[in-house]
Design a protein. Sequence first.
Length: 137
Amino acid sequence: MGQCAKCGAPLGANAKFCNACGNSAEGAQVHGATVVKRYRDAYLVSRVIVGLGILFKVAGCGVAGLIVVYGLSLTNQQNFVMTLLAAAAFGAFLGGLLWAAGVLVEAQGQILKAALDSAVNTSPFLRNEQRAEAMSL
């Protein structure tokens, strides 16, 4: 004899539905493991997307720095300031583009995580323990 995952009412031994709320008595036990695996895979994808966004942002900073250092290596005494300013401007522009792309990619990963949190929280096929497992809490 179990308990309804939705309302907590006692269930009969062979009950297929909860008499109190109509929730499927089998759903949380039969489909739960499959649904948890699906959500865990989706959370993995969202973490990879967030990681790519962070990688873009770090690459933007690195590229900007490398361009400035390369610009310093090209300078001579006469046009030191102009070459340095040009290298800094180009580095800031290219680094800024990569940074902005990283912010957008990371935001997409965070949006996916938020959508998954909502889906996991409202899934009738999961118990609270399974929800916590799917969200890696």
